[in-house]
Design a protein around this ligand. Structure first.
Ligand code: CS2
Length: 498
């Protein structure tokens, strides 16, 4: 099939008219953004119109940008479940480019008064945040270079320099909306942008800081949709369904959720038309999602990879992994959250098991297990502290960290298998470089010396030791023994399965 997806092609699915203008600049043109925010924006434009098209910025990779240019900025979202695949074409992007190729453009776009919202999906790892200092990582070479001047390349540098330019121009209001899995992602982003500005000479930053106080908001949002990486098989299947070639389709699960704080200094699209919930309870939604979904997801990914499971549904299909997931979810994560109004936690949990079990999605354990050093820092420290406050011991969270270390920094002689080897992690080198004498040694180096998951966990010696002992169990007796050990030591002896 040679014909490409273009405007004007005869397609079996509707293609909306091109947006009348672009009011949104999006940093991080990956699959998640295209299957989540873009879909809500398409619904908003259908329902209420407005010049809320999106200019998409990829940080380095040209693949998506090149394909979008060849396809009039159209692509399809394939909603995938065992019942079948349905396609939609959001059609909300008006332009796209690669920041590394066009570094001055991000700053000038952020200063452009037509842009009233800047959104981000740059992953947990893209915020130049140091978990050990809990501050902007000014030692990061990208940030350090951005502070010196020139075209910024870190996301926080781009936002700060763009807002500086905007302040120096008309100073029109704008909202910066993080759509990454970070707790309090709005205030987190704001703190980092302000920290960047505070590193500059006071005279250089003063006007921008005043502009931030006056006209820039950083709403928080909780985003949720499982979006696996696209495969060649999916691309072929979408092509067959569309009748034309789409080089950049995005697969996604049927479930989708977006809870957003309604603080948009420059206005916003009618995202509620796509089902977004505007609420003052975003932090409750975030805790619910980052702990119950993402925290448990990490455990499933690491245990599954160690058991040889290529995908999350394969992993949750293993009785031992399912029992561990049910126990960590019910007894270590759930007690640390308060459900937002109208959310039934029991139903939410039942939905999670069927979402993880979506066998048509092919969500890989290596994808969820990647970047654990950054992701786990969001997912585990709060629930660990809460468990100790309740007088309980979070054995299954300790198992999560042990399984993570077994995958990313396997002790000499231990082979965690191909799915663990495929996980990428910014801390992999640092972790594998430290000499490993045994589980306790590695756990101490990772959690205490490197402060991998922040200050609080570093002081919890009993937790660190337990991680080390479970790591030894994984290495010496296998992952199922470590699961059995954690479950039987858990304060709850018989976790109920869904
Ligand atoms: C996953 C998330 O990769 C991961 O760590 O837990 O990407 C998860 O699939 C999404 O947050 C679901 O909304």
């Amino acid at each position: 099939m040679s014909a490409r997806l273009r405007r004007g092609a005869t397609l079996p699915v509707p293609v909306p008219a091109a947006p009348s203008g672009a009011g949104i600049l999006h940093l991080g043109l990956g699959s998640f953004h295209r299957a989540h925010q873009a879909v809500y924006t398409a619904a908003a434009l259908r329902a209420a119109g407005g010049d809320w098209g999106i200019v998409g910025v990829a940080s380095r990779s040209r693949r998506v940008v090149d394909a979008l240019h060849a396809q009039d900025h159209l692509y399809s979202v394939a909603t995938v479940s065992p019942e079948g695949t349905t396609l939609t074409v959001p059609g909300v992007h008006t332009d796209s480019y690669v920041a590394a190729d066009d570094p001055t453009r991000v700053v000038s776009d952020l200063a452009d008064p037509r842009i009233r919202i800047a959104t981000l999906t740059v992953t947990e790892n893209g915020y130049s945040f140091s978990p050990s200092t809990q501050r902007l990582d000014v030692a990061d070479p990208l940030v350090a270079a951005d502070l010196r001047g020139g075209d910024p390349r870190s996301s926080i540098g781009q936002l700060a320099r763009g807002l500086q330019r905007r302040a120096a121009g008309g100073g029109e209001p704008i909202a910066i909306l993080s759509c990454d899995n970070l707790l309090s992602n709005g205030s987190h982003t704001e703190r980092l942008v302000r920290a960047f500005l505070h590193e500059l000479p006071a005279a250089e930053a003063a006007d921008t800081l005043a502009y931030l106080d006056r006209a820039v908001t950083f709403p928080s949002s909780m985003v949720d949709r499982i979006v696996p990486s696209t495969t060649a098989e999916l691309t072929d299947r979408v092509g067959a369904l569309l009748g034309v070639r789409d080089e950049v389709p995005v697969p996604a699960e049927p479930f989708t959720m977006w809870a957003v704080e309604d603080r948009f200094a420059g206005g916003r699209p009618a995202w509620e038309a796509g089902g977004a919930v505007f609420t003052d309870e975003v932090s409750a939604y975030e805790l619910l999602k980052v702990r119950l979904l993402n925290g448990t997801h990490s455990l499933i990914a690491y245990l599954g990879a160690l058991r040889g499971a290529p995908t999350i549904p394969d992993a949750i299909g293993l009785a031992e992994v399912e029992a561990a997931a049910a126990a960590v979810l019910r007894h270590e994560y759930e007690p640390s959250v308060v459900a937002p109004a109208g959310v039934d936690i029991g139903q939410y949990e039942r939905d999670l098991f069927s979402r993880w079990g979506n066998s048509a999605l092919g969500h890989r354990t290596s994808q969820v297990g990647s970047d654990g050093s950054v992701k786990l820092g969001q997912r585990i420290p709060g629930p660990v502290a809460d468990a100790f406050d309740r007088g309980e011991f979070p054995h299954l969270i300790a198992l999560t960290v042990a399984a993570y270390l077994a995958c990313i920094a396997p002790p000499t002689g231990f082979d965690p298998g191909p799915h663990a080897a495929a996980m990428t992690d910014p801390a992999r080198e640092r972790l594998t470089a430290v000499a490993v004498r045994g589980g306790r040694d590695l756990a101490a180096r990772a959690i205490v010396d490197l402060h991998l998951f922040g200050e609080d966990l570093a002081h919890r010696t009993a937790f660190v030791d337990r991680v080390g002992d479970l790591l030894d169990t994984i290495v010496q007796r296998g992952v199922d023994s470590a699961i059995a050990d954690s479950l039987s030591a858990s304060t709850v002896l018989a976790p109920t399965l869904p």
